[in-house]
Design a protein around this ligand. Structure first.
Ligand SMILES: Nc1ncnc2c1ncn2[C@@H]1O[C@H](COP(=O)(O)OP(=O)(O)OP(=O)(O)O)[C@@H](O)[C@H]1O
Ligand SMILES: [Mg+2]
Length: 505
């Protein structure tokens, strides 16, 4: 059983059973065994701009949208207009919820003395009672408590208002605390032992790039195994945690549906002399289809000699697979531009189908290509981009070109984590995936972690120039190590024809 997948009993009946309310933040609920206990006091602290208000707003938003639980946001630092505009930009239409009576905003910017604060807090309790609010956010307790100097008085107020007040009304409350940059102490104005959970947000910078980290410091009802979790803020999903994948959730490979790359390429080569397959095994159809098979959901690593342009290989594989199986393919590349890729695939399809329109239609319908510059993002962001793209496109086949380039720019451990989690995730979702690496030798290629994780490995050796009467181009030895063993074949790419047809060059 992996961390966070156990779910505790949630019956309302017994005094001793715990009712958990989902936070609505993807990943956090999993870590917290389902969410915050109803009536919990949660301290959400962090540096300026880390995402405290965003997470708190998402907590109210999801409670209202999914659970029809009214929520109240009390803000001592931000005007209603600014707040609503920011949250709207992230995709949370709080105004609509306000119209339905599911969201209430209390602007408390002008409170300057203790009497006014106490009066304000009483009004909030009243509002909770009137609106039947089930969720409350105070942004921030630091600002609120600055109004009072006396520490004993602060404790008394916190006890009366939060512990004896809203908590007793079964309102789940998020208290935001500001944590100045460089501050070493954990003085948030409110003692950490009063609250049921403590979540801290902070920034980390890696090579000038920013990474957001959520630290789970305390959760009275849930075990804390993974204390530091990277997270992102993004319009739409708003906040998402990047949790490790659970291997036990991976289903066995689906052998009833599979892609036979070699026979797809052999078929392609019969349509156009742009490529030729020289192998005895592909002629023995039954055997070949067993040996060269890539079951649906398999994770394939494709290594190639560095002087070989992986774009050529991938385009050939893509064009052959589209011609044979008509799958939906998504390519993400750390090295080639989408246009050059698309052009090459369309050109190959045109050569095979002898019809520009068919080639255009097949490419448009079956292929999506994206590229990204790995130096512009942290690995966490790249992982997030890949996940988002795969989730959105929901392809049958996913290809990541230039995984070795990611490795060069990243911290080793982080890189290994990305490869591991990405492979598990795609396998779990049954997305057949091909990851390309350049490598000078197959021995080096097989030593990678990705090789340990992969179901199928393909290695394409150093290209040799070939000059024959009907073949002018490059020949490669392709080694295929799959479920049924290892087999070699020779593929000739007629680069002269590619040049002449305007596909490359
Ligand atoms: N549309 C957006 N897409 C991605 N990130 C965004 C977007 N809008 C805002 N952000 C990020 O969210 C952060 C703001 O988050 P938020 O206001 O929740 O932080 P905070 O911790 O409450 O800050 P403060 O300490 O100022 O109250 C910004 O720093 C910004 O980087
Ligand atoms: Mg804020």
């Amino acid at each position: 059983m992996s961390e966070g997948v156990a779910s505790p009993r949630r019956s309302r009946g017994s005094e001793l059973s715990l009712e958990l309310v989902p936070t609505g933040i993807s990943g956090l609920d999993k870590l917290l065994l389902g969410g915050f206990p109803r009536g919990a006091l949660v301290l959400l602290a962090g540096n300026p701009g880390t995402g405290k208000s965003t997470i708190a707003a998402k907590f109210l938003y999801e409670g209202a949208v999914r659970g029809s639980e009214p929520g109240i946001y009390v803000n001592f630092v931000e005007t209603k207009k600014d707040f609503m505009v920011h949250m709207n930009m992230l995709g949370m239409d709080l105004q609509r919820l306000e119209e339905k009576g599911l969201f209430h905003y209390k602007e408390a910017l002008t409170i300057v003395d203790e009497d006014a604060l106490v009066a304000q807090l009483e009004k909030i309790l009243q509002l909770v009672a009137e609106t039947g609010a089930k969720r409350l956010v105070v942004d921030s307790v630091t600002a609120m408590l600055q109004i009072i100097r006396d520490r004993a008085r602060i404790r008394e107020l916190v006890q009366n208002f939060f512990v004896n007040g809203v908590k007793q009304m079964d309102v789940t409350t998020v208290l935001i605390a500001e944590h100045p940059y460089g501050a070493k102490t954990v003085g948030y104005g409110i003692e950490e032992f009063i609250v049921d959970a403590v979540i801290i947000l902070r920034f980390e910078t890696h090579q000038g790039k920013v990474k957001r980290i959520l630290e789970l410091r305390k959760a009275r009802w849930a075990p804390i195994r993974q204390a530091e979790i990277p997270f992102y803020i993004r319009p739409g999903i708003v906040v998402e945690l990047s949790l490790p994948e659970a291997p036990e959730e991976v289903p066995p490979l689906d052998l009833t549906r599979r892609f036979n790359v070699a026979s797809a390429i052999a078929e392609f080569s019969r349509r156009t002399p742009v490529c030729t397959v020289r192998s005895k095994v592909t002629e023995l159809k039954e055997l070949a289809s067993a040996v060269f098979t890539i079951p649906r959901g398999a994770q394939v690593i494709l290594g190639h000699y560095p002087t070989l342009d992986s774009k050529h290989v991938i385009s050939l594989v893509v064009a052959a697979l589209i011609t044979r199986y008509k799958p939906k393919i998504t390519v993400m590349s750390a090295k080639s531009s989408p246009t050059s890729f698309h052009n090459l695939v369309r050109c190959l399809l045109n050569l095979a189908h002898h019809d520009r329109e068919t080639a255009e239609r097949l490419a448009a319908r079956h292929l999506s290509i994206y590229s990204f510059n790995p130096t512009a993002y942290t690995l966490t962001e790249i992982y997030d981009m890949i996940r988002t793209t795969v989730d959105r496109d929901n392809p049958d086949i996913f290809i990541l070109e230039g995984v070795d380039i990611l490795e060069v720019f990243a911290d080793q451990r982080e890189y290994q984590e990305l490869v591991y989690n990405l492979m598990l995730r795609n396998k779990k979702r049954r997305v057949t995936s091909i990851y390309t690496f350049s490598s000078y030798s197959r021995e080096e290629f097989y030593r990678r972690l990705a090789a340990t994780m992969a179901d199928v490995a393909i290695y394409i050796g150093e290209p040799h120039f070939l000059l024959e009467s009907d073949h002018v181009g490059q020949s490669y030895t392709v080694e295929f190590a799959g479920l049924f063993g290892r087999v070699e074949t020779l593929i000739i790419l007629n680069t002269e024809l590619l040049f002449r047809s305007g596909c490359i060059g």
